[in-house]
Structure formats: structure tokens, C-alpha cells
Design a protein around this ligand. Structure first.
Ligand code: FES
Length: 118
């Protein structure tokens, strides 16, 4: 299972080892279990408060799943992605770095998750 490093501009990096079964959990749930203070509200992909920037540290690039429809809608509203980005993601099958922590499910890849970077 992967290591997830949480980074905040004013705090030390905090790396957690995602335990078995966490591949079914969103980043926000893993963060909360490890006392990482990522902002959140709805936990349902609607408010955008849990915006994070995610970088894959996997040597062969992204294994992350695609953005959910809710993520696409909210990230468009926040101006973090464009319609062209959505079209490109559909072709390339590569997500953007901007994600909603309550929606992105961790897969078997090491990640850097930056929060409060908006
Ligand atoms: S907590 Fe509202 S979108 Fe994630």
C-alpha cells in the first residue's frame, strides 16, 4: 500500500502509510484518521472546501482514477480546470492535479497531497 505525504505551506510534511483497505477510502478520510487538518464541509463533493493538489510519486506516472462528475463540476466552478482539461482527461485518461479530497480514492501509488494551496 502507498505512502501518502501531506504537505501544508506552514507545517512539516506528514507521511502516512495507507493501510490495507484504504484503497476504498477517499484522501479526506485517511487525512482525518491521521489528524491531518484538511478543510472540509459537505464530504460529498459539493462545497469544494477540501480542495487539494495531488502529485503522483509513482515512477510510471498516475494510477489515480478519473475525476468524479462532482469533482469536475466543482473544480470547473472554482476555476481549477477548464472544459478543455475535461476533454483532455477523457482522451489521455490522466487526471489533473486538482482534486477534492473527499472524492479522490487512493490507489496503490505514493502520493504528495498539498492542502490549503488555493
Ligand atoms: S468536503 Fe465538500 S467537496 Fe469535499
Amino acid at each position: 500500500m502507498p505512502d501518502i505525504t501531506f504537505r501544508h505551506p506552514e507545517r512539516r510534511d506528514h507521511t502516512v502509510y495507507a493501510v490495507a483497505g484504504s484503497h476504498l477510502e477517499p484522501i479526506l478520510k485517511i487525512a482525518r484518521r491521521n489528524n491531518i487538518p484538511i478543510n472540509f464541509d459537505c464530504q460529498d463533493g459539493q462545497c469544494g472546501n477540501c480542495l487539494v493538489r495531488v502529485t503522483s510519486l509513482h515512477p510510471h506516472g498516475w494510477k489515480a482514477g478519473p475525476l468524479t462528475e462532482r469533482e469536475q463540476h466543482v473544480l470547473l466552478e472554482l476555476g481549477k480546470i477548464s472544459r478543455a482539461d475535461i476533454e483532455r482527461m477523457a482522451v489521455d485518461d490522466l487526471p489533473t492535479q486538482w482534486r477534492l479530497a473527499c472524492q479522490m480514492i487512493v490507489r496503490d501509488e505514493d502520493l504528495l497531497v498539498e492542502y490549503e494551496v488555493a
